[in-house]
Write a protein that binds this ligand. Structure first.
Ligand SMILES: *[C@@H]1O[C@H](CO)[C@@H](O)[C@H](O)[C@H]1NC(C)=O
Ligand SMILES: *[C@@H]1O[C@H](CO)[C@@H](O)[C@H](O)[C@H]1NC(C)=O
Ligand SMILES: *[C@@H]1O[C@H](CO)[C@@H](O)[C@H](O)[C@H]1NC(C)=O
Ligand SMILES: *[C@@H]1O[C@H](CO)[C@@H](O)[C@H](O)[C@H]1NC(C)=O
Ligand SMILES: *[C@@H]1O[C@H](CO)[C@@H](O)[C@H](O)[C@H]1NC(C)=O
Ligand SMILES: *[C@@H]1O[C@H](CO)[C@@H](O)[C@H](O)[C@H]1NC(C)=O
Ligand SMILES: *[C@@H]1O[C@H](CO)[C@@H](O)[C@H](O)[C@H]1NC(C)=O
Length: 383
C-alpha cells in the first residue's frame, strides 16, 4: 500500500504532466464554480447536513430529481451533462429490468460513497487531510463532478424502471470500511472495477434478450466509470491507467453480492426484496496486500467443510481458472483454506474475481461460474 506521502507526491506528479494543462479546474474557467473558501460546500450533502453521516435524500432531492427543475439543471452543470433526452425503447425484458435494479442500487451506493468522501475531505476528518490547498481543491473539484455523474447513472437506471412501471430501488443506509484517503481511493478502485466488469454482463443480457437499443447507453457508462478509474489508479502510486487490454468479466450476481456483503447496512433497504438476484455467501480473502506474483492465498467461508468445493479465478476475458482447495481446517463453523494463485502463467494483472463453487468445471465464462457459486466474490486486485 502506498504511503500517504507517496500518494500525494504521485498526485502532484500527475498534476505536473502536460496533459493536465488544458482542461484544468481552474478558478474562473470551470463550469463548477470553485469555492471562495475551503469551508463552502458546493455539492449536495446528506439529509442530516454536512456534519452527519450521509443518508438519503441528498440536499438536492436525489434520488428524486424531476426533469426541468432547478435541481435537474444544477445537476446537469455539476456533472457536465445529463441523462439522454431520446425516447426509451418500447419494451424491455424482465431480465433486463432485473439488471437495472442492481445497477440503480449500485450507483446509489456510489453516490453515497463520493458524497461521504467529499465531506470527509472538506471537514478535514483525521486521515482525510490534504495539506496542499491547491491539490486538495483539485481533488475535491474532480470528485464533485464524479458525485454528479454517479447521481445521473443511478437516476438513469431508476428512470428505466419507473418508465416500465417497476418500483425503483429505494436507497439503503450504506457503510464503507475506508479509514483514510488512501484506503478510500483503493476501495473506489476496487468497486469501480467490479461495476465496469458487471456492465459487460448487463450489456450481454440486453443483446440476448433483444433489447440492443439500450446497449449504447450502458457502454457509455462503462467508459465514464473507466475514466474515473484511471484517475484513481494514477492517485494510487501511479498504476498504469488501463490495467488490462481486455477488462475482467463479472456478472450481476457477483456485483450485487459484493454490494450487500460489504456496503449495505443489513436490514436498511426498503425494497431490496424486489431484487430477484442471488446473494452468495461471503468469501473472505485473508491474505492482505497481495502482490502481482505467484503465491498461495488463504481464504475463509462460513461452512463446516470445503468437501466437494473448488476455487475459481476469473481474469480478463479468458476461460475461468479452477484451483484445488487445500489445507482446509474448520473451527466454529468457519472453514479456512488455501489455494494456489497462478499469477505468472496466466498474467493475472488487474482485477481477479474469486469464487467458491460446487463444481470443478470446466467453466466457459463468468456466468457459468456464477451458476455454480456458493461463496463470492473475493476481490484480488494487486495492480
Ligand atoms: C480559460 O481557458 C481558455 C482556453 O483554454 C484560456 O485561453 C484562458 O486563459 C483560461 N482563462 C482562465 C481565467 O484560466
Ligand atoms: C405504466 O402504467 C400506466 C398506468 O397504468 C400505463 O398508462 C402505461 O402504459 C404503463 N407503461 C408501460 C411502459 O407499460
Ligand atoms: C469517512 O470517514 C469516516 C471516519 O473516519 C470513515 O469511517 C468512513 O469510512 C469514511 N468514508 C469515506 C467514504 O471515505
Ligand atoms: C483493492 O483493495 C485492496 C484491499 O484493500 C488493496 O490492497 C488494493 O490495492 C486495491 N486495488 C486497487 C487497484 O486499488
Ligand atoms: C498447504 O500447506 C503446506 C504446508 O504448510 C504448504 O506447503 C502448501 O503450500 C499449502 N498450500 C497449498 C495450496 O498447497
Ligand atoms: C444455470 O444452469 C442451468 C443449467 O444449464 C440453467 O438451467 C440455469 O438457467 C442457469 N442459471 C443461471 C442463473 O444462470
Ligand atoms: C450448486 O450450486 C448452485 C448455485 O448455488 C445450485 O443451483 C446447485 O443446485 C448446486 N448443485 C449441487 C449439486 O449442489
Amino acid at each position: 500500500m502506498p504511503s500517504f506521502q507517496q500518494l500525494v507526491s504521485g498526485a502532484l506528479l500527475a498534476l505536473a504532466l502536460p496533459s493536465h494543462a488544458a482542461p484544468q479546474f481552474s478558478p474562473g474557467n470551470s463550469t463548477v464554480p470553485s469555492p471562495p473558501s475551503s469551508s463552502a460546500i458546493l455539492f449536495s450533502v446528506g439529509a442530516n447536513g454536512p456534519n452527519a453521516p450521509v443518508i438519503f435524500p441528498l440536499s438536492n432531492g436525489f434520488p428524486n430529481i424531476v426533469n426541468n427543475t432547478p435541481a435537474y439543471q444544477a445537476l446537469t452543470v455539476q456533472a457536465h451533462g445529463s441523462i439522454s433526452n431520446a425516447p426509451p425503447p418500447a419494451s424491455l425484458a424482465l431480465d433486463d429490468l432485473r439488471s437495472f435494479k442492481v445497477v440503480e442500487l449500485q450507483e446509489t451506493f456510489e453516490v453515497y460513497f463520493y458524497t461521504q468522501l467529499l465531506l470527509n475531505l472538506t471537514n478535514n476528518v483525521p486521515g482525510f487531510e490534504i495539506s496542499d490547498p491547491a491539490l486538495k481543491q483539485d481533488i475535491i473539484n474532480k470528485l464533485i463532478v464524479i458525485q454528479g455523474q454517479e447521481q445521473w447513472h443511478s437516476l438513469q437506471a431508476g428512470g428505466v424502471l419507473q418508465h416500465f412501471n417497476v418500483s425503483r430501488i429505494q436507497p439503503c443506509q450504506f457503510k464503507s470500511p475506508a479509514t483514510d484517503f488512501t484506503t478510500a481511493i483503493q476501495l473506489a478502485a476496487n468497486f469501480t472495477g467490479v461495476v465496469i466488469s458487471t456492465l459487460q454482463d448487463v450489456a450481454t443480457r440486453l443483446g440476448r434478450n433483444g433489447d440492443s437499443a439500450v446497449v449504447r447507453g450502458v457502454v457509455s457508462v462503462v467508459g465514464t466509470e473507466a475514466a474515473q478509474q484511471g484517475v484513481f489508479r494514477t492517485l494510487l502510486g501511479d498504476l498504469v491507467p488501463g490495467e488490462l487490454p481486455f477488462l475482467t468479466q463479472s456478472t450481476r450476481e457477483f456485483a450485487y453480492s459484493a454490494l450487500q456483503q460489504n456496503f449495505v447496512v443489513p436490514g436498511t433497504c426498503p425494497n431490496d426484496n424486489t431484487i430477484d438476484v442471488p446473494i452468495f455467501g461471503t468469501l473472505n480473502v485473508l491474505t492482505k496486500n497481495i502482490a502481482a506474483a505467484n503465491q498461495i492465498l488463504t481464504f475463509s467461508i462460513e461452512r463446516s467443510s470445503a468437501q466437494g468445493l473448488s476455487l475459481v479465478f476469473i481474469n480478463q476475458q479468458n476461460l475461468p481458472i479452477v484451483q484445488a482447495i487445500s489445507n482446509a481446517t474448520t473451527s466454529n463453523g468457519v472453514t479456512t483454506f488455501q489455494a494456489n494463485f497462478p499469477f505468472t502463467s496466466n498474467n493475472l494483472n488487474g482485477l481477479t474475481i474469486a469464487a467458491v463453487t460446487n463444481s470443478s468445471g470446466p467453466f466457459i465464462n463468468a456466468n457459468d461460474v456464477a451458476n455454480k457459486t456458493l461463496f463470492g466474490p473475493g476481490l484480488i486486485y494487486p495492480n
